[in-house]
Ligand binder design. Sequence first.
Ligand code: NAD
Length: 344
Amino acid sequence: MKRICFFDTKPYDRLYFDEFAEKYGFEMVYCESKLNEKSVVLARGCDAAVAFVNDSVNAAVLRALEEMGISIVAMRCAGYNNVDFKEAYGKVHIVRVPAYSPYAVAEFTMGMFLTLNRKFHRAYNRVREYNFSLSGLLGTDLYGKTIGVVGTGKIGQVFIDICLGFGMRVLAYDPYPKERKGVCYVGFEELCKNSDMISLHCPLTKESYHIVNKEAIQNMRDGVVIVNTSRGALIDTSALIESLKDGKVGAAGLDVYEEEGDFFYEDYSGEVMPDDELARLISMPNVLLTSHQAFLTEEALKNIAETTTDNLYRYFAGEALPNEVCYRCSKDNTCKKEHKERCF
Ligand code: NAD
């Protein structure tokens, strides 16, 4: 029986992983620790490691896993900016879940726009104290407004469908445009200049790091609403805070945060928040901050468990790995997977 070391486990993870592990005959070793240089020893004696968005699959961790005889890390997520692919190449196979529910993230994103615009969060708190005043709760119609969508892959496309359903005008930016009716592809600068609202759905890469910075924000419409359900480091947090303070940015919805790895998914309610920028954002009435939860639906969790265990099954069976990623997959055309094999 193959033993799988599962890092950063939360109770809801086990809901579906237990079911699929039983089906494939895997023994799951659930660990609460995030994967890093210290916790990697927990994988000793296992045949594979399963990691998530805030685990560090860095060079030291990969070398330690290889030394333990583990040559596969199954990411139970779509994004992989936390993996050192150069170090992994030739040693440790990296598989992921490329799509589990674009609807989960796209619907959550629209929820953030609706909440910020119509101030559900403030109304909820107000009414609980029998304050039925409407002052300060004024919103705008979304109908007819222009939304700028950065990244039009699986999630971006579903989000565009939702926006078109609301009667919004859609501008989009993606280095690989997927032309479709009702969507106008423009450069990033033009998108910033002409959007009332901007939604980020691109992966975090060297090119997209701090794509929303001081200069980009200055170029945006006054009072623009920005929602980021992709990766925290797409936004320069200091620049965002300054622009929220001076009113250039009207509101921000953040399901992800640059330094989230230190805090998200944990309970710090009894402690003083040591991260001043996070505390500042949370203190603002026009900021809605959530703990990287956009993926969290029953359907998504089930698909994540099914694809992750299937990825592992294929690996142990010596089969090709359709969900493998390596640094050559996107960089040049030299990845073997193009020829329907494993990446190396
Ligand atoms: P995808 O690979 O289907 O689409 C990404 C799109 O972004 C592609 O069309 C690509 O061409 C485009 N892109 C790449 N670089 C870009 C750039 N610099 N500027 C603009 N566009 C660029 O990915 P997806 O499934 O739609 O997921 C998008 C992102 O959402 C993931 O990378 C992940 O970071 C994030 N995500 C977040 C959650 C959450 O719970 N908050 C859950 C799943 C995914």
